[in-house]
Design a protein around this ligand. Structure first.
Ligand code: SF4
Length: 197
């Protein structure tokens, strides 16, 4: 099994790191829902190793390549940029799935660095308040993680063509309604995701 990239339908998913600043209650790293894919990395791949791993997949037919993985991809921003440049030369669309804490993890210019390389950024909002977020996601940065992700989402609008906030459906209708208000205020699309147990 290729642990650096894998295909589901017409999408290819790239797995860059196990590291994450969160420890979400619903995380597949904890629940191990994707154990068949053996996504736990013994070593973080280089950009070249990820690009080489595409040869085992049908990159030609892929509609989008998504940086997600077991952990938080933004730790590997240099690799994301190098791989995305390669993918754009091949005419492929790129998406980054992130917890939105990049400004706390690697610095305030992170959204700018995504300019021209990432076509869609999907940020996990997960809750409608800093306290609720921290109760679910247990960020190492505490409640400021929530405010930072909102700031990151706002900044991404200047650099990334499509920005999405996402929330899992298990948080309940009231939390989803409040999340929608936050998204509307920021002028960002909200996607309600089904919880994968
Ligand atoms: S942000 Fe994503 S990778 Fe990190 S703990 Fe939460 S669900 Fe897991």
């Amino acid at each position: 099994m290729n642990t650096y990239s894998y295909a589901i339908g017409k999408k290819i998913y790239v797995n860059l790191t196990n590291r994450c600043s969160n420890a979400c209650d619903f995380c597949v790293r904890v629940n191990d829902s994707y154990s068949d894919y053996s996504l736990w990395l013994d070593k973080e791949p280089t950009a070249e190793e990820v690009i080489n791993s595409f040869s085992a997949l049908d990159l030609e037919s892929a509609e989008e390549v998504v940086f997600c993985g077991y952990g938080e991809p933004i730790y590997k921003i240099d690799e994301i940029i190098a791989i995305s440049e390669y993918l754009h030369k091949k005419g492929k669309k790129t998406r980054l799935n992130t917890n939105g804490q990049g400004e706390l993890i690697i610095g305030t210019d992170v959204s700018k660095r995504l300019s021209g390389v990432i076509d869609t950024v999907s940020i996990s909002l997960n809750a409608a308040s800093a306290k609720a977020y921290q109760d679910i996601c247990h960020s190492e940065f505490g409640e400021k993680a929530f405010y930072s992700l909102l700031e990151f989402a706002k900044n991404c609008k200047n650099y990334v063509p499509r920005v999405i906030l996402s929330i899992v459906d298990v948080v309940g209708a009231e939390e989803i309604k409040k999340a929608q208000e936050i998204a509307d205020e920021l002028g960002i699309e909200l996607r309600v995701r089904a919880y994968i147990a």
